[in-house]
Design a protein around this ligand. Structure first.
Ligand code: ATP
Ligand code: MG
Length: 397
């Protein structure tokens, strides 16, 4: 159908559209759709009534545009729409061609008259087109659970006709909920925690701690690959690579082995918080889950939280490993996460770390360390890596 313009019609969850945040939400969604589809053959992104439209330069662009839109948070579902003149007879003349290749025994027509000046009501057009399609195909009208739904959107300039719904993740457009600092290990849980927060409209900045040169750079490479993968949802990311080796050396000299992990964590939190504040992030995100490993007990969580001056949010606190693994597989981070690495937290840790860390003990141990100085030193030696997605968009910036 070379002569017909094709659009992607994007719909959000109705609830998210309520209230005074709606214009801001929609603007951000339009913006994010524009970013995500750069270089994929989208000519124009426009805002319609309760939807966003993307005009394609040709039908051949659809597969790529489809895969890009699916990754945009805030999109609940979308359709490939045919742009036809506002002429009922013209639409009928095209119907056979539009329905070609589809087999169905029941259908319904769902008209939305976005332009109320159109002379027929939605009901009238539903009935008129319904009778026509019934004659044309022999299929029956079925309002509930039909084999196919034929949508007709009456806009001021055209009929937009579409059929198959493509489901997306829903959520909120990245950016509407502010910014968070994700503590990103090379493991399975923290990248999925980042994804969850991005889906709730948070822009994520990433902080990865490494013990290079005490260990190799594998965890750094993995963190980079994970951020690169996740950037498809927010178009630009910064990954901060913070060195932990000097701090770890000091800790093993002065603290009992069982307290090392808790102390590492408190330093990580302090450094992450400093980076977060500098870049206006409002919360720290981790991939922890209650009781998953010895260091993730309620007692230890309390002791770690005590070192923070901003909320530490743990989206998976009540999740099982299996649930997190399933999500990691679904969002594509799993194959990266399971590559072997040398993680900083596995360095100098005992077989049996303390599961009920005592805050008094921790504070006494930290009194022997120059905490502020060590934190500042790590910050001074933190490197930043920048990521952009898609590649074509990076060239524009
Ligand atoms: P993950 O799969 O995210 O590594 P995990 O089950 O292995 O989680 P831990 O290694 O105990 O759990 O880490 C708990 C959390 O602490 C991680 O989810 C992450 O948010 C943070 N974290 C651990 N190691 C690092 C690191 N090297 N850099 C940044 N954050 C880290
Ligand atoms: Mg880990």
């Amino acid at each position: 159908m070379e002569d017909i313009k094709i659009h992607a019609i994007v719909k959000t969850h109705e609830l998210a559209l309520k209230g005074k945040n709606r214009p801001w939400f929609m603007r951000k969604l339009v913006d994010n759709l524009r970013q995500s589809t750069k270089g994929s053959g989208v000519e124009r992104v426009w805002q319609g009534q309760l939807m966003v439209g993307l005009t394609l330069s040709g039908e051949e662009c659809w597969p790529e545009v489809k895969s890009r839109i699916r990754d945009v948070f805030g999109v609940a579902k979308f359709y490939k729409a045919y742009d036809l003149p506002r002429d009922v007879d013209g639409l009928k003349a095209r119907m056979f061609q539009l329905l070609e290749g589809r087999s169905f025994t029941s259908f319904r027509i769902t008209t939305n008259r976005a332009d109320k000046r159109f002379p027929m009501t939605s009901q009238e057009l539903n009935r008129d087109l319904g009778a026509f399609v019934k004659d044309l195909t022999g299929a029956q009208v079925k309002l509930k659970d039909p084999d196919i739904c034929i949508y007709v959107e009456i806009t001021p300039t055209s009929f937009l006709v579409y059929f198959d719904e493509v489901k997306a993740y829903g959520g909120l457009p990245v950016g509407v909920s502010g910014k968070v600092a994700v503590m990103l290990s090379g493991g399975i849980d923290s990248p999925v925690a980042a994804w969850q927060m991005m889906k709730r409209g948070c822009q994520a900045m990433f902080v990865h701690f490494h013990s290079y040169p005490l260990v190799d750079r594998t965890s750094i490479e993995k963190a980079g690959d994970l951020v690169e993968h996740l950037t498809r949802h927010q178009y630009e990311s910064n990954l901060y690579l913070a060195p932990l080796a000097e701090i770890q050396k000091k800790i093993i000299l002065s603290a009992p082995p069982s307290y090392r992990i808790v102390l590492y964590r408190r330093f990580m939190v302090r450094i992450t918080e400093a980076l977060a504040k500098k870049h206006r992030a409002q919360a720290i995100i981790t991939g922890e889950s209650c009781g998953q490993v010895a260091s993730q007990t309620l007692e230890n969580i309390a002791v770690v939280d005590q070192s923070a001056g901003m909320p530490i949010l743990r989206p998976f606190i009540g999740s099982n490993k299996e649930e997190i693994v399933n999500m990691a597989q679904a969002i594509g981070t799993f194959p990266i996460s399971i590559l072997p690495d040398q993680d900083c937290c596995s360095l100098f840790v005992p077989k049996h770390p303390e599961t009920k860390a005592d805050l008094g003990t921790v504070l006494r141990l930290e009194a022997d360390l120059s905490v502020a100085e060590l934190v500042q030193d790590a910050l001074d030696n933190t490197e930043r890596r920048h990521f952009a997605s898609p590649e074509a968009a990076a060239l524009d910036r």
